[in-house]
Design a protein around this ligand. Structure first.
Ligand SMILES: [Ca+2]
Ligand SMILES: [Ca+2]
Length: 517
């Protein structure tokens, strides 16, 4: 309100070609807008910003990356459910860590009852922002979602403008046009969510054709091959070398077009479908950014782009999001806005649960007491390379205790304690030297002949290499410390029990049914 006279003065001044009155601007700095873009199920390695060899065409995201900062170490903290979406989106909205959410085992002991009042829409409503949201429906944080003052949610995973990503774009464009028409000058926070590229990956026909893909529905046969299909991923395997502990989860066996298939034709076609859906999203981002530019809002708006978690689609022989390899544990994270140097990168060691603190910091709003995330602003403004030294990850939506990961510097430890104690595996990677987390199986001559990717001799799991025994012990100690600090309710086979009573296993089949998003 108090800005309107200034803006009017500014417009009048420009019109008359005389200098604007600077004193008014200094008194009341304009509060920034936020456009938070989140897609459903996307590996950072799909994007050229992370993988220059990717065939995915995303000119608008490329431009966002060129005008902003790309984070190379952004992670979702994990999940205790096959529906990885759900805890991920709770963490984004609330800034809480994975074992301190209002859902999941022992949640009540670690979560304030009024948490919805500490979520992004509640905090920004109270601060005088206009809040608007579009996204898919379901597998999210409904108590937070319903607090956006304008809400246009629907699951849109079809292959037309009305049934696909264009629908979400239209909701944001209509909102922006209404703001312009009513001359609404309040700062805004828009949650611009998409339902794709989550399966079913029914892309638009022109984009499917661009990537040589078909919306394959015949479970009895692989889809047709096509030379325009994207290549197999560098760390493709025809099967994961051991059970990862949730073999029957929907994403590994029941996604239409893939099912349990991991053959070259199936994987390349499905990546083509994923890319068709991701390019359609890029088109919508371009439309919205163009509108913000036309409204003169672009220079006053922080833009964030991310996904709720990554996705395998053939990498390491897996198809879903129920693992802790980098393709799935990590998320894309690109930020543009005032004070963020164009064309920069940082590791950050960010969690999606840092988003709330970051938005608050840029807006000049105090983060709520329930927030546990850290503001990424010092990283985004180039003042720090990382916001924390150690990153923890969990997947325990299948057999318990499940998988755990910890990353520190270039080193990453992954542990699998699954299938009733019959699978106990340890992986140690140096991510600088082995960024694709190549395993012994990636060195197979038959696989090298298929993918054309020949790992170097040292690019393998180093857990049993005696030269790295000290590093392994150090990472094991870090993992246990993180599990204790974050109230992980389980311990692994080689850890002290700490007197914990592990939560009961869900009845057989329960995890499978829940594992949709
Ligand atoms: Ca998801
Ligand atoms: Ca308003």
């Amino acid at each position: 309100m108090h800005r309107r006279p200034f803006l009017f003065t500014l417009a009048l001044s420009l019109l008359l070609s005389v200098p604007a009155a600077p004193a008014a601007a200094a008194d009341e700095p304009r509060r920034p807008n936020f456009l938070f873009i989140i897609v459903d199920d996307q590996s950072p390695f799909d994007l050229k910003a992370y993988n220059p060899k990717s065939a995915l065409h995303t000119p608008h995201l490329d431009r966002l990356a060129a005008r902003g900062m790309v984070l190379d170490g952004a992670y979702h903290m994990g999940s205790f459910s096959g529906a990885v979406c759900t805890p991920s989106r709770h963490m984004i909205m609330s800034g809480r860590s994975v074992w301190h959410l209002p859902i999941g085992p022992h949640a009540g002991a670690h979560c304030p009852p009024d948490l919805p009042q500490g979520t992004i829409p509640a905090v920004f409503n109270r601060a005088g922002y206009d809040t608007m949201r579009t996204c898919k429906l379901g597998n999210s944080y409904e108590a937070a979602n319903q607090l956006f003052t304008v809400r246009k949610d629907a699951s849109k995973r079809g292959g037309t403008d009305e049934t696909g990503s264009a629908w979400h774009g239209e909701q944001v464009l209509a909102y922006l046009k209404n703001r312009a028409a009513t001359q609404d000058r309040d700062p805004f926070l828009i949650h611009f969510g998409f339902s794709h590229p989550h399966d079913t990956r029914d892309g638009k026909s022109d984009l499917l054709a661009k990537y040589g893909a078909t919306n394959h529905t015949d479970r009895a046969a692989p889809p047709p091959a096509h030379p325009r299909q994207p290549a197999l991923p560098e760390n493709y395997l025809p099967a994961h070398p051991f059970s990862h502990g949730h073999d029957d989860v929907r994403d590994e066996v029941a996604v239409s077009g893939v099912w349990a298939r991991r053959d070259e034709r199936t994987i390349r076609n499905e990546i083509g479908r994923q890319f068709a859906c991701s390019e359609a999203i890029d088109v919508e981002i371009g439309r919205v950014l163009a509108e913000l530019g036309a409204m003169g809002e672009l220079d006053h708006t922080y833009i964030f782009y991310t996904a709720d978690h990554g996705m395998a689609i053939g990498r390491h022989g897996l198809q879903g999001k129920q693992n802790l390899y980098e393709h799935t544990w990590r998320v894309p994270f690109i930020a543009q806005g005032p004070g963020i140097e164009p064309g920069t990168r940082a590791v950050a060691n960010a969690y999606l649960g840092d988003v709330l603190a970051t938005l608050c910091d840029f807006a000049g709003i105090a983060a709520p007491a329930s927030n546990e995330g850290l503001s990424l602003r010092p990283v985004l403004e180039g003042k720090k390379p990382v916001i924390r030294d150690t990153v923890y990850g969990v997947y325990s939506g299948g057999t318990k205790p499940g998988m755990r990961a910890v990353k520190h510097g270039d080193w990453k430890l992954v542990k699998f304690d699954v299938m009733g104690g019959t699978v106990r595996e340890t992986q140690l990677f140096n991510l600088r030297e082995n960024p694709h987390e190549f395993l012994e199986q990636h060195h197979s001559p038959a696989l090298v002949a298929l993918t054309g990717v020949k790992p170097a001799a040292h690019q393998r799991n180093l857990a049993t290499d005696p030269r790295h025994a000290a590093k392994l012990a150090e990472m094991e100690t870090l993992l246990l410390a993180e599990m204790r600090r974050l109230h992980d309710p389980w311990r692994l086979w080689n850890q002290p029990s700490d007197g914990l009573t592990p939560p009961p296993e869900p009845p057989a089949g329960a995890a499978k049914k829940k594992a949709k998003n």
